[in-house]
Unconditional design. Structure first.
Length: 128
């Protein structure tokens, strides 16, 4: 899991967005973006929670070569990403992301490591 808050704040400043929204979208079906505290013990808890909720060794049709053309055996990654979400909308106030003190925007790689991309779109008012 990667904290991308600093990078997104830099994008907001670079483009001079003063107020509005930043839309963040994962461009992959086995990654997720979400907001939470970026603290290692909590990140470990999130991983454990997701593993209990969606087991890697459970039977999934997506992993069955008789039913799916996918050879990655990664149904659990897709299901975990679905639970966490692929998109976020974050307000911008005063030229920065309007997040709570402990909140961070986290990109979760659920089937890797692999090269991943996100799309960022900004809506709002630029500085004059």
């Amino acid at each position: 899991m990667i904290n991308i808050t600093k990078d997104l704040n830099e994008v907001v400043r670079k483009h001079g967005l003063k107020a509005g929204f930043v839309l963040v979208q994962s461009l992959h079906t086995a990654t997720a973006v979400f907001i939470n505290e970026f603290q290692q013990a909590l990140l470990d808890d999130i991983k454990s929670f997701l593993e209990r909720l969606v087991g890697r060794i459970d039977y999934w049709r997506h992993n069955d070569p008789k039913l799916s053309e996918c050879n990655r055996q990664n149904a659990d990654s897709h299901l975990r990403a679905m639970l966490l979400g692929h998109t976020l909308s974050v307000p911008v106030r005063g030229g920065e992301l309007a997040l709570g003190y402990w909140q961070s925007i986290i990109l979760a790689e659920l089937d890797g490591p692999r090269d991943r991309s996100i799309q960022v779109q900004m809506l709002g008012v630029q500085e004059e």
